[in-house]
Design a protein around this ligand. Sequence first.
Ligand code: ZN
Ligand code: ZN
Length: 324
Amino acid sequence: MPAFDLVVIGCGGGPNETNLSSYFLKTHDASWNEGIISIEAGSGLGALERVLQNNPGLLESPRSAAEVLSWIRSYLITHAHLDHVSGLVLAAGSLNGPTRRILSTRDVLKDIQGIFSDRLWPNLASWNSRDPSAPLLYSQLTISERYAPVAKDVSVRVMPISHGQTSTQQTYDSSAFFVRHDPSSKQLLFFGDVEPDSLSTKPRTIDVWRVAAPMIPRALDTIFIECSYPAGRPNEQLYGHLSPEHLAAELSALAQEVAKLRNNGTAQVLRGVRVYITHCKDDLAGQYHEPIHLVIATQVRNLVDQQNLGVEIIAAEQGMQITI
Ligand SMILES: [Zn+2]
Ligand SMILES: [Zn+2]
């Protein structure tokens, strides 16, 4: 019995605003109108309308995109860059339904608070769960080994990861989420934007791999991770993101952690694991004949196949339905 259903509303890395990070999740045995967890909220109404036009039967044939948005009960946000939050900001004052929670680390919530400042945007979010006027409620996820309940049968563990440096040379934090289906203990692992550990002044992806390794593949067989740029991109131009060479190195680091636990070599050690490539930046120069997410996924696949890790590499695509 599967644990989760996920629909990709947007999965690009920008700048095209109609396909920004946004993933709708529910438990497999519930229906969409019983409540959606939106992992990231870069795209909103426009992207959802586009997805439903292409496949009206998706999400149980809703009357409208706005109706689907009204089913969102919580947003799980990895970091507050605009391509991950603009959908929730633009819709904040327009949606029917009960208060929605924004679930993030304290720092990310503080950043989002800077948007709902009555200047950039009206203040439509509150820290007080008894404030009936606010359509959005800040709900802090504490960085710890514990899983926090976020919906019926769903809990989340958040881990900080590094996403480049600010103009003042501070490491910019993003998040990785382990999302657990409590009845079955099945999980998925979702990365926000992330830089290579090999280039980071604060390498923390390895910590995520160490937590993931013992669960692979029985409890954890699905990973969403970014690969913003195609192969050959110089390190100085990654701006806190991964390229195929670096993602292959990261998956090799995961494979080594799993191999250590099994007292084994890394050959085929990630068999049964599916890695969805997300956040590919648009090919504005028109350099490639194929869509950029397919180009990048092929490059990643070729590199990991050389290492014989056994992992399956899939390009996330807008409108894709994934059963986990
Ligand atoms: Zn970012
Ligand atoms: Zn981004």
